[in-house]
Design a protein around this ligand. Structure first.
Ligand code: VGL
Length: 197
């Protein structure tokens, strides 16, 4: 069988890591397993996609303008940068989302490349049928992106050791994992993932 998988790394950005303005507890622990996953995908000649929150300074997503979250990942700011230890290959497809002043855009499927392509268009062009997903945060953008991938007809596998949640309420990540499992998304460790490629 021809492998048709791509790795989707969701929002591993400085503001979601310790020291950032919307830090996920221990968020940076996903970096090392994700680097191993990247190595496997690159060795197999398979695509790597990285999404990023890319907000304007004024957006209804921020609590300073009536929204739910402290300002984070403002376009071009250090907090919007990918974690410096994340080894994204040069050919990584970068999907920016949340760039409109009035939308939350938790899902990478709401985002676009610099050329204006949607994630669905990118994946269709690369003939990807299976997304392997890791990153931040389990209970928001990982959840939303993974469920949208299922709605788009893709097979999805979630990397259990390469995700971490915001946990605004205790148990949010577990609830998100249950919801994703019900949607047909299995969990797999990065180590076990290689048999899927
Ligand atoms: C995220 C909360 C607010 C995420 C983004 O990347 O999961 N969470 N904005």
């Amino acid at each position: 069988m021809k492998p048709n998988a791509a790795l989707l790394i969701v929002d591993v950005q400085n503001d979601f890591c310790p020291g950032g303005t919307l830090a996920v507890p221990d968020g940076d622990r996903v970096v090392e397993p994700l680097n191993r996953a990247i190595g496997s995908f690159v060795s197999a000649g398979l695509p790597v996609v990285a999404s990023r929150d890319w907000h304007p300074a004024r957006t209804s997503h921020f609590n300073t303008f009536g929204g739910p979250w402290p300002p984070h990942c403002v376009q071009g700011s250090p907090g919007a940068g990918f974690h410096s230890a994340l080894s994204l290959p040069p050919a990584t497809v970068i999907i920016s989302k949340g760039s409109e002043p009035d939308s939350d855009s938790y899902s990478a499927f709401d985002g676009r490349t610099a050329d204006g392509e949607t994630l669905s268009e990118v994946l269709a062009a690369l003939q990807v049928g299976h997304l392997v997903v890791g990153g931040l945060a389990t209970d928001y953008c990982v959840r939303s992106s993974s469920l949208d991938a299922i709605r788009a007809g893709l097979r999805v596998t979630l990397l259990s050791d390469a995700i971490a949640g915001v946990e605004i309420s205790a148990g949010d990540s577990d609830r998100a994992l249950e919801e994703m499992e019900r949607a047909g998304i299995p969990l797999c460790t990065v180590e076990d993932m290689t048999c899927l490629l």
